[in-house]
Design a protein around this ligand. Structure first.
Ligand code: SF4
Length: 449
């Protein structure tokens, strides 16, 4: 079952995959580099059977791609065995790790998840019960974390106080399951119960779950990029269906940036729902103008620029009969570096497109993400220091329009204060090592969290 759920969530990480299962006596962990089918073949997971377990697919952001950073991370302590699976990035990893190193703590990886397990084991070792130890651990770490944790045979789910990364619980006929996205619950035949709330700790058993809500009220800051790009369109995240949000983004884009064109087409696959919305909002016919190789890797997730460029040609091919002689609107979910899009526009022109107008489902990305999306260096953003007109020229498009922040927020049907928009406005919802000034800006705007 764990392997099946991880395959549904494969789009969230392709570097490593792993599971930890309590087999009645101890926690068995199987993990390795690669996709779920490679890292967790049937014969390897046959030994990891039991009634309670956690799983993880990794997309390296904090810490290298080294397989030693594969999750779940495990530790044997005086309080028993611990296994942790973590989605998100901690923003005080370096400073907290240095603090612990000075106290003779030992770290074997460069993954921030090891910090979580290290701090948790210390609080458990001081005699705190698991919920108290988790609460104290949350008091020590900043940033984005959706965690599933096994302490011996006991399962916990934890979401950071801002709920930056998603986490949702569902009910199976014989128990409960938590996952990053509701699509994984659907695949297992689980009935969605609800999202794990920001700052909440859940203790989950076969006969129910007990909630330990956040002790201090916090302001949510759900990652807008989950709806724009990251999550599967068939998932519902924090009450908003990803597919419907993307269509609404397209409809708003059509109003904010209309185009005189013959047809609208998506950059498949993540721009598809946005393009359908644009077609509905503009009245322009929707067409498929690129054939995508379904078996190619997600280029955004590939770690190296050169690898990404080579991957684009192997991944997309224009359908000449759709594009030749036409004035085209192409809709993409977002533009980070712009290198892929630039190549695609060239390919459309080579295939005979008369005009290429670009519409984008996210406002310009100008600031790094420290919460688990691999956009860390300002220099890599095409929108950094370039106006929209500059970007249009660099891309070689006939026109370019980005959705506004207000348009995006209204498509998600939340308020600006309920979302993380930090990569769009550089206002971070948590403290970040080296980014004190920016955190202060947001604090001044919204009072204390
Ligand atoms: Fe999401 Fe951007 Fe915030 Fe990162 S900075 S969590 S990508 S909204």
């Amino acid at each position: 079952m764990l392997q099946k759920a991880l395959m549904i969530l494969q789009h969230r990480g392709q570097d490593t995959a792993g599971i930890s299962v309590f087999d009645g006596q101890s926690i068995n962990t199987v993990k390795d580099a690669g996709l779920v089918t490679t890292a967790l073949p049937r014969e390897r997971i046959a030994s990891a059977t039991g009634t309670v377990g956690i799983g993880h697919v990794r997309y390296a952001t904090t810490g290298s791609k080294n397989p030693k950073n594969a999750q779940p991370m495990t530790m044997v302590t005086a309080s028993g065995q611990i296994a942790v699976a973590h989605n998100g990035d901690l923003t005080n990893y370096e400073s907290k790790k240095n603090e612990l190193l000075a106290q003779n703590a030992v770290f074997q990886t460069d993954s921030d998840t090891e910090l979580v397990i290290n701090i948790l084991s210390r609080f458990l070792g001081m005699g705190n019960d698991p919920v108290r130890a988790l609460r104290k651990t949350m008091g020590e770490i900043d940033g984005a974390y959706a965690l599933t944790i096994l302490i011996n045979d006991q399962l916990y789910a934890v979401r950071d106080p801002h709920g930056i990364r998603p986490l949702i619980i569902g009910k199976l006929p014989d128990g409960y399951v938590v996952a990053s996205e509701s699509a994984a619950l659907d695949a297992l035949g689980a009935e969605v119960v609800r999202d794990v709330m920001p700052g909440e700790i859940m203790h989950i058993g076969t006969d129910g779950f007990k909630s330990y809500p956040a002790e201090v009220k916090t302001q949510s800051a759900h990652c807008m990029f989950e709806w724009v790009y990251f999550a599967r369109p068939d998932s519902v995240i924090d009450g908003a269906c990803v597919y419907q949000v993307r269509k609404e983004i397209g409809r708003i884009l059509a109003k904010e940036h209309p185009a005189d064109a013959d047809l609208v087409m998506p950059i498949p696959d993540s721009g598809r729902a946005h393009a359908i919305g644009f077609s509905q909002g503009s009245g322009l016919p929707y067409e498929e103008g690129f054939m995508k190789n379904r078996f190619a890797e997600r280029t955004f997730i590939l770690p190296d620029q050169r690898e990404r460029e080579i991957a684009v040609r192997g991944k997309m091919n224009p359908i000449s009969s759709t594009v030749a002689g036409k004035r085209i609107v192409i809709v993409d979910d977002s533009i980070v570096r712009g290198t892929t899009l630039k190549q695609l526009i060239l390919m459309l022109r080579d295939a005979g497109a008369k005009e290429v107008h670009v519409r984008v489902g996210s406002p310009p990305i100008i600031a790094p993400c420290y919460y688990g999306v691999d956009m860390k260096t300002r220099d890599q953003f095409i929108a950094n220091g370039n106006s929209v007109e500059d970007i249009r020229r660099i891309l070689g498009a006939d026109s370019l329009g980005y959705i506004s922040i207000e348009g995006l927020v209204s498509a998600v049907k939340k308020t600006e204060n309920e979302l993380c928009l930090a990569c769009l406005n550089a206002r971070y919802p948590t403290r970040i090592d080296g980014e004190e000034e920016r955190f202060q800006t947001r604090l001044d705007d919204h009072g204390s969290f």
